[in-house]
Design a protein around this ligand. Structure first.
Ligand code: GUN
Ligand code: ZN
Length: 438
C-alpha cells in the first residue's frame, strides 16, 4: 500500500494549553511531515525523520503552510443551512418563525440529498472533518446525512431529532415513532464505516414526558451512542421548560429525571446554569457545548468557560449552524474570544486551536481516532494558509511567534485560509483540485 507524505509546518496538541507560552502542550515542527497509509497516520515528526522512515513515499509539499488535524464541530443542525442569518428574533420566536418552517422541507428526500451535499461541502471548505449534527425529525434527513457522510468517508455523528409537541404538526413525531425510527437508524448506521449515532431529543419544550422516557430507554439500550440536547439557552426557554415540568428542581433536572446525563451526553449552550446544575454536570461527566456565534446572534448570553471548567464541567465548542452564523471554527473561536473578553476571561490562541481539535475530540471520547497527528490516528488533516488574504499577509509581516500566527488566523481568517483538506488520507477539499493518492 502506498504511503503519502505531507510536508509542512505540523502542529498538534498533547494537552490543553494553560497559557500562550505553554510550549509543553503542543508538538510543532517547522519542517515537519505526516505520513499517511491506508487512511491512517503512519508517522509524524520532522521531515527528515519521516522521510527516512518512508524513503519511497510520494511527497506533497505544503510548505510554508501549517498542517493540523481537521477541525471538529460538536453541535450544529444539518437542516438549518437556509436558516442562517434570519433576522430579528430570539430563540423561541426564531424557532417558530424560521427554523420550524425550513425543517419541514426535509420531509422530501430530494431536498435532504441536495442539502446534504451542500452541508458537507461547507464543512470541508471550512476545514471541519468531524461534526455532531442534529438532523430534522424526519428519518429521511438522517438517512441523507449518513449516506452522504459515508460516500465521503467522513467520521460524522448525527441523529434524527425527537420532538412530539410545541411545533407544527408536520414536524412532530410520537414517542413510539421517535423510538422506532431512532432504533432503526442506530441499527443501520452506528458503527457503520465512520458513522456514529447521537440520540437527539431536541429539548424539553418539544418533548413530552413520555417521549423523554423513550429517549431514556434508547440511551439505556445503546450506551455506545451519544446523547445530545439543548439546555439553558434563553430565559424564556427556561421559564417555559419549568412550567411544562413542574416537578423539576431546575432545567437540568428535567433531563436528570430521565437519566440523560453522562460522559457521552452533549448539552448545547448551558448559559444560565445554577450551582446545582453545574455540580450535576461535573459529577456525571456531561459536556457543556459553547456556541458563541449563535449565543451572540440570538442574544442568548455569555458562556462561562472558566467558571464551568473551575466547577469541573467538561466543555466543547461548536458553530450551532443555523442559530450560529458561520460554518468556520476559526470564526467561531474568534467570537468565543470576544465573548470571554466580555466576561473578563482570556482565551489564548493555543487553547483555541486545541479546543477545535484535541479538546473537542476528548469531549467526544474520540481522541484516539481524531483530533491529533498521533500515529494510528485517522488521517483527517487540514492545511492552513496564514497569508490567505491581503489583510492577513500584511498583518503577518509583524508576527514572530506561533501563538501570534494562530491568533491572526483565528481573528482574520475564514474558509479562504483552508488551503487543503484530507479525509482519511484523501484530498477532499470541495473546491481545491487535489491529487488522488490512489
Ligand atoms: N433549542 C431547540 N432547538 C434549537 C435549535 O435548533 N437551535 C438552537 N440554537 N437552540 C435550540
Ligand atoms: Zn442547537
Amino acid at each position: 500500500m502506498s504511503v503519502l507524505l505531507l510536508r509542512g509546518r505540523t502542529l498538534s496538541f498533547r494537552d490543553i494549553p494553560q497559557s500562550h507560552d505553554d510550549d509543553a502542550s503542543y508538538l510543532y515542527e517547522e519542517d515537519g511531515a505526516v505520513a499517511v497509509e491506508d487512511g491512517l497516520i503512519a508517522a509524524n515528526g520532522s521531515y527528515e525523520q519521516v522521510r527516512a522512515q518512508f524513503p519511497e513515499a510520494e511527497v506533497v509539499d505544503h510548505r510554508p503552510h501549517l498542517i493540523l488535524p481537521g477541525f471538529i464541530d460538536t453541535h450544529l443542525h444539518f437542516p438549518q443551512g437556509q436558516v442562517i442569518g434570519s433576522f430579528g428574533t430570539k430563540l423561541l420566536d426564531w424557532l417558530n418563525t424560521y427554523t420550524f418552517v425550513e425543517e419541514q422541507k426535509f420531509a422530501d428526500p430530494a431536498h435532504c440529498k441536495r442539502m446534504a451535499t451542500h452541508f458537507f461541502d461547507n464543512l470541508l471548505r471550512n476545514g471541519t472533518t468531524t461534526a455532531v449534527a442534529y438532523c430534522s425529525v424526519h428519518k429521511t434527513s438522517a438517512e441523507a446525512f449518513f449516506a452522504e457522510a459515508e460516500r465521503r468517508n467522513l467520521r460524522m455523528v448525527g441523529g434524527k431529532v425527537m420532538m412530539d409537541r410545541n411545533a407544527p404538526d408536520a414536524l412532530c413525531d410520537t414517542p413510539q415513532s421517535a423510538y422506532d425510527d431512532s432504533k432503526d437508524l442506530i441499527a443501520r448506521w452506528h458503527g457503520k464505516g465512520r458513522a456514529l449515532y447521537a440520540i437527539s431529543p431536541r429539548f424539553a419544550i418539544t418533548s413530552t414526558p413520555t417521549q423523554l422516557e423513550m429517549a431514556q430507554a434508547l440511551s439505556a439500550e445503546h450506551p455506545e451512542c451519544y446523547l445530545q440536547t439543548h439546555l439553558s439557552e434563553n430565559q424564556a426557554e427556561i421559564d417555559l421548560t419549568l412550567n411544562l415540568y413542574q416537578s423539576a428542581r431546575d432545567y437540568l433536572d428535567v433531563y436528570e429525571m430521565y437519566d440523560l446525563l453522562g460522559d457521552k451526553s452533549l448539552f448545547g449552550h448551558c448559559l444560565h446554569l445554577n450551582g446545582r446544575e453545574r455540580a450535576a454536570m461535573a459529577e456525571t461527566g456531561s459536556v457543556a457545548v459553547f456556541c458563541p456565534t449563535s449565543n451572540l446572534f440570538l442574544g442568548s448570553g455569555l458562556f462561562d468557560e472558566d467558571g464551568l471548567r473551575a466547577n469541573g464541567v467538561r466543555t466543547a465548542v461548536a458553530t450551532d449552524i443555523g442559530g450560529g452564523t458561520s460554518y468556520s471554527m476559526l470564526k467561531t473561536l474568534d467570537e468565543a474570544y470576544k465573548v470571554l473578553q466580555l466576561r473578563d476571561q482570556v482565551l489564548n490562541p493555543l487553547k483555541s486551536f486545541c479546543m477545535m481539535t484535541l479538546g473537542n475530540a476528548r469531549a467526544l471520547q474520540l481522541e484516539h481516532q481524531i483530533g491529533t497527528l498521533e500515529k494510528a490516528s485517522e488521517a483527517d488533516l487540514i492545511v492552513l494558509n496564514s497569508h490567505a488574504t491581503a489583510a492577513m499577509a500584511l498583518r503577518m509581516e509583524t508576527v514572530s511567534t506561533l501563538a501570534e500566527e494562530l491568533f491572526v488566523l483565528q481573528t482574520m481568517a475564514d474558509d479562504r485560509a483552508i488551503a487543503g483538506v484530507y479525509v482519511a488520507g484523501r484530498p477532499s477539499h470541495p473546491d481545491v483540485q487535489g491529487r488522488d493518492p490512489g
